[in-house]
Design a protein around this ligand. Structure first.
Ligand SMILES: [Fe+2]
Length: 331
């Protein structure tokens, strides 16, 4: 039931390129490939992602000149700070909530290489949890499956998510950003928030297996807001209040199932120099606490779907494009 990483004997990121086909094969089944004791340079990690990306049809680099690679660095300092303030930063506390990776994009990430570049806290601290969304879908009852099959959802920021908010008043603007986001603007707020309509039950891009792609209720982000998925359309139209409530209760069920369910969650205990190749399209993940700012430093490289990039000019696009209906223009 819980994800189990596949490990190749004697393989690290430096020599992994000799076994790309086998890695791709095991990756499709296990969703996680683990490499221990790596001493791989940035370039070696990137070369590996290019190789495995070409095998899995991931895009690892922009095709727009002058834009940076799909790399990022993460110490979760905002989440750790918030957890410390709330006195919830023990090794069993979840400091980065269970989430899907960037589900608000039209073309969200499919995979990632996560490399623990620095870790000076104890091994039992700063673990990363993984739950397979195939398993979550299997736990749904038939009626909820049918309900979600007719649903379209989008991730919203919490400060928009007020009982009295009428979601119809949101407007959508094509941003023209590199990964093809839509920004959603609340009429009473200046802040824009990127999101994109999606179906909560989606086939996997390689195996075709169905996944439950709902963000479980809440999601802390680097910017400090907390968003979650809302039902936006049902059966092609605006949902009724009852349908909205039903979606919210499915989300509550999902949240309570992932929050404390050790039967379905695998937790990776990191050492410095460990790497994980992760199917972030299939696996929701979280980070547990017990570490201080600066004690745990992860470097990641994303694998995106292999679609053309657009130039990244969201601010200009926001000013020049006129808002359009959130209901009719998407998808
Ligand atoms: Fe994440």
């Amino acid at each position: 039931m819980k994800p189990e990483p596949y490990r190749f004997n004697g393989l690290n990121l430096t020599n992994a390129q000799t076994k790309i086909d086998e890695i791709a094969d095991k990756f499709s089944k296990h969703k996680l490939i683990e490499f221990n004791g790596c001493d791989a340079s940035n370039q070696e990690r990137y070369d590996f992602m290019l190789k495995i990306g070409s095998r899995l049809n991931w895009k690892v680099d922009f095709d727009v000149p002058g834009q940076v690679q799909f790399t990022y660095e993460e110490d979760h300092h905002l989440s750790v700070e918030a957890a410390q303030q709330a006195e919830k930063n023990n090794d069993n506390d979840i400091v980065v909530a269970w989430h899907l990776e960037h589900p608000y994009g039209r073309h969200p990430q499919l995979g990632a290489l996560w490399y623990m570049d620095k870790k000076i806290c104890p091994k039992e601290c700063g673990t990363t949890g993984f739950i397979d969304t195939r398993v979550l879908l299997q736990m749904l009852d038939t009626d909820d499956y049918d309900f979600l099959s007719q649903s379209e959802i989008a991730q919203m920021a919490l400060y928009f998510d007020n009982e009295n908010d009428d979601i119809e008043t949101f407007s959508a603007i094509e941003t023209g950003s590199n990964r093809d986001f839509i920004t959603i603007k609340h009429p009473n707020q200046q802040t824009v928030y990127p999101s994109y309509l999606r179906k909560p039950i989606n086939p996997h891009y390689i195996t075709g297996e169905e996944l439950l792609r709902i963000n479980p209720k809440g999601h802390y982000t680097k910017n400090g807001y907390r968003g979650h998925d809302r039902l936006v359309r049902f059966d092609g139209r605006k949902p009724t209040d009852l349908e909205q409530q039903r979606f919210n209760s499915i989300n509550e069920w999902l949240y309570s199932n992932v929050q404390n369910n050790e039967d379905i969650a695998y937790f990776k205990h990191w050492d410095e120099g460990d790497a994980l190749l992760v199917d972030v399209y299939s696996l929701i993940h979280c980070v547990r606490g017990g570490f201080n700012i600066g004690e745990r430093y992860l470097k990641g490289i994303w694998g995106f779907p292999n679609v053309p990039d657009l130039p990244r000019e969201p601010e200009q696009a926001d000013q020049t494009e006129s808002p359009r209906s959130f209901w009719t223009d998407q998808i």
